[in-house]
Write a protein that binds this ligand. Sequence first.
Ligand code: FRU
Length: 490
Amino acid sequence: MTLSREQKYRKLNQASAQELDQLQQKVAHCAWRQSYHIQPPYGLLNDPNGFSFYEGEYHLFYQWFPLGTFHGMKYWYHTKSKDLAHWQNVGIGIEPGDSQDSHGAYSGSGIVKDGELYLMYTGNTRNEAWVRLPYQNLAVMNSEGNIHKRSEPVIASVPDGYTEHFRDPKVWRAGDDYYCVIGAQRTNETGCAVMYKSQDLLSWSFLGEVSTQLNNFGYMWECPDYFELDHQGVLLFCPQGLVPEGDRYQNIYQSGYVVGKRLDVNTQMLDHGAFRELDRGFDFYAPQTTEAPDGRRILVAWMGLPDVSYPTDQHGWAHCLTLPRELTLREGKIIQRPVQELEKRRKDEVNAEAVLHSEAKSFSGFQGSAYELICEFNEADADRFGIEFRVGSTEKTVLTYDRNIKKVILDRSLSGQSVNSEFGSERRCSLDADTIKFHLFVDTSSVEIFVNDGEEVFTSRIFPSKESTQIRFFAHGGSAACRASLWQIS
Ligand code: FRU
């Protein structure tokens, strides 16, 4: 579909009441609306933004284009939560359309200073010749929840050596100073992250590039995030343009991290290990983290990807966010676990135990389309074992551990309406373990799978029919013992 500039950059107030009503009707009739994930009221959601804890609540914004399921004029939509488990829609957080963000309020982050929440974001602008000029802007939220945009950008130009692809500031504080990383493209069309420093969040000086060993690693890095865990430095970013390599880099764009010694803010040196992907699933991008008041590092990501379409597009909405996950480090690797607060949403627990002998079994009470499921397999001599879920007469999503090749495999080829199958219908990753624990969060049109307590995660959208609610546990070519618990989530 080719869209005119007028269509892409329409603002909400340009739509008639009738158009909005029709859009809402369309969304209301969609069978794939999620039941416990953050999703847009209508239109398109992408990156999480401004994730922070302020005045006793978590604030989480997201990129939002209201008037269609394409990437148009982006707003920040505001949601909040007291417990990371139940979220409340607040409404528009940042409205674009002023000179500093004329073509969209793009991604950015939040930080609390002097009792207010500072939101630093990229203002996407285009001049008359349609040349993109990215500004880095500030909007400040007070304790009443009012957000005031500053009309002057705080970083008004792109430094020499970089292209117009210069966006997504992530701010943090170290000592008395503030720093931010910004995703950038060098003029030689390679991606990197650059750094700025500030004393007051208003006036910023350019420090240079974060110096990594990844000098020719994709053509653009989006959404960088730097934080420290266990006295080590972690840089998350989304490189675009990596070529698939074995099981890795299978999605259109990637999302991953490097871990190393703490970033030297004076030299911008980051001495780090290998780049790893954060997630093994089909739909995961643009993660952002924040620090909880108790010191935990919490991550939320977009459960979707840019430049590909999804089955809900025709129903007037697209995408959702992942559940919040707690990050820890183990031997240079990020471990992700669903935040413990999510247990508050558990209802109607059922348990079952069995030894499977080359068969597929269902257990009483194990079914649904919005639930949490934990299943541990051990004492296996089967070639393959695992779980089939969202099963119906012709549909199923299959999660397998293959003991011969020691891999976890997620297959969505029969999950329902197909999604971007040109990028394959299977995702795999290696895992060498005798006991395999699958921890699933299934929602109407998604699944998040935590393997062996967060050693690996597969995040994916699936689009089954409403009737596909069965769950089966299987072992092929031998036996495996399995123990499972399930909770409905409401
Ligand atoms: C990533 C991204 C960001 C940009 C935003 C625009 O998905 O392209 O780089 O700020 O989305 O919506």
